[in-house]
Design a protein around this ligand. Structure first.
Ligand code: SAH
Ligand code: SF4
Ligand code: F3S
Length: 478
């Protein structure tokens, strides 16, 4: 087994050094083009979807930066535009098509503009077929399994006249040593695993991201150490189901054990993780969170539904009682913990009674906030074939009722810290002049007076006034 690991490491190194050569080749090409046009080449990457995609975009940006591109927020002025797509719900797909329409209009005025697509949507054959047919101006298409090969694909895109399309069905190597350009200097996501094995019956992610694979603890710890040395005070460990971390490793390690190791890294102030699946949440994990002050007292624990019948049809492998048991245990061990969740409304066969079970669960748990989604049929998933798809008007009506319930509960929960002094990690300047915005460890947003020099710092703040889901705070001196 050990041997197979070494081989893997060698494969990673080899793949990385090959891609580094392509970056150098891209850099020479970009330099030449820039000289010709008398200005730097400009790139824009637009991210759709989850934290995984956000992290992937940072990798793409790192590669473009190393190749000599200047990054812009304004896609209309870019020479190279890449959409890193999401396909978890149909509206994510529709959003991309809409934006492509706009880009096509821009491109007509600027024919040299290069447009590329990557990410989860590209792992679906029918979507790639549609893009090829209806969006011929898209020059580069690649998927989730060969993101690391972007330097090579970039060189081909710059060199060749024809379209570059490269979609793989499986991830073979994960070179993580290529350049990365973080969005924030003070915090970063770190992938601890890729893919998903759960096959929740509504979900497309296992089909577009492939099978679950964990990175080795050494690789993860090395990356976190490097990030902390480079100024990160907050790390978010990323995976579709972090609680099943380590199951595919030759030398097994649990997620709780990994957290324990990460907590030992000096200089790390805040540790978060996403996403926890209730079915694999262990008592050991609860203990580790309670024992390590670095781990934030916030648990994102998607419940999806409060009805046992629907949870079974969703293939979630827990029932309402088990979910409530986890919530109770977590609150017992970490009394101030905040809970957030994901909920789907209108799953096939959902009755009024099932839906009311969801409403009552929201009340019973008291979520600090919830992401609520209308069920979206995804081609190829078991739920898409199920009978009794719920009519749109009924789903909409339920969705609005759920939103109201979530709002009431969340406001009640949010207000619980009013008047307390808590540490806020300042993340950005506010649109309103003279204000900055940050978060407490419970993930609640706080606005406070300040300026850009505070970004990345953790400051004590009195949470003076709760305004629904966020606070206005006053800095206090230690
Ligand atoms: N791995 C995470 C979720 C990733 S997808 C987990 O299991 O918790 C993020 C959220 O999108 C899911 O929690 C779910 O609420 C929602 N979602 C996924 N597929 C969906 C679909 N077909 N329709 C509506 N919402 C969906
Ligand atoms: Fe989708 Fe379920 Fe995997 Fe989450 S755990 S990504 S919802 S299949
Ligand atoms: Fe979307 Fe892919 Fe994430 S489908 S939610 S971007 S894993």
């Amino acid at each position: 087994m050990g041997n197979c690991n070494i081989k893997n490491e060698e494969a990673q190194k080899e793949a990385a050094s090959r891609q580094l050569e392509f970056i150098e080749e891209a850099r020479i090409l970009v330099e030449k083009i820039s000289k010709n046009i008398g200005r730097p080449l400009i790139s824009h990457i637009e991210t759709f979807g989850c934290q995984m995609n956000a992290r992937d975009s940072e990798k793409l940006r790192g590669i473009l930066d190393a190749a000599g591109f200047k990054d812009t927020e304004n896609e209309d002025e870019a020479d190279l535009v890449i959409y890193n797509t999401c396909t978890v719900r149909d509206n994510a797909d529709q959003h991309v098509y809409g934006r492509l329409g706009h880009l096509n209009a821009v491109r007509k005025k600027r024919p040299d503009m290069i447009i590329g697509l990557c990410g989860c949507m590209m792992q679906e054959d029918h979507i790639v077929a549609k893009i090829k047919k209806s969006y011929p101006f898209v020059k580069l298409i690649f998927g989730t399994h060969n993101l690391y090969a972007f330097p090579e694909l970039l060189v081909r895109t710059l060199n060749e006249d024809k379209r570059v399309i490269d979609i793989r069905q499986e991830t073979k190597v994960f070179p993580e040593s290529l350049p990365v350009k973080r969005k924030h200097f003070f915090k970063s996501g770190v992938n601890i695993m890729y893919g998903c094995n759960n096959f929740c019956s509504y979900c497309i992610v296992p089909y577009v991201r492939g099978r679950e694979i964990s990175r080795t603890p050494d690789e993860i710890l090395d990356e976190v150490r490097r990030l902390v040395a480079d100024g990160c005070v907050e790390i978010m460990l990323l995976g579709q189901n972090v609680n099943s971390y380590g199951k595919t490793l030759p030398e097994k390690m649990s997620f709780a054990e990994l957290l324990r190791e990460v907590c030992k890294i000096e200089g790390l102030r805040r540790l978060r993780f996403m996403t926890s699946h209730p079915k694999d949440l262990s008592d050991e994990l609860i203990e580790v969170i309670a024992q390590n002050p670095v781990i934030c007292h916030h648990m994102h624990l998607p419940v999806q539904s409060g009805s046992d019948i629907i949870l079974t049809k969703m293939n979630r492998h827990y029932d309402r009682a088990r979910y409530m048991e986890i919530v109770r245990k977590l609150r017992e061990a970490i009394p101030d913990i905040s809970f957030t969740t994901d909920i789907i409304v209108g799953f096939p066969g959902e009755t009024e009674e099932d839906f009311e079970d969801t409403l009552s669960l929201v009340r019973e748990v008291g979520f600090d906030s919830a992401f609520t989604f209308i069920y979206s049929k995804r081609r190829g998933t078991p739920a898409a074939e199920m009978e009794n798809q719920v009519p749109e008007e009924i789903v909409k009506e339920r969705f609005n009722r759920l939103l109201k319930e979530v709002k009431v509960t969340a406001e009640e929960r949010c207000a619980r810290f009013t008047g307390k002094v808590m540490d806020v990690l300042v993340e950005d300047v506010n649109r309103e002049p003279g204000l900055v915005t940050g978060r407490i460890e419970h993930n609640i947003v706080v606005h406070l007076p300040g300026d850009a020099s505070m970004i990345g710092k953790i400051v004590p703040v009195r949470l003076a006034e709760c305004r629904g889901f966020y606070y206005f705070g006053e800095p206090v001196s230690d």
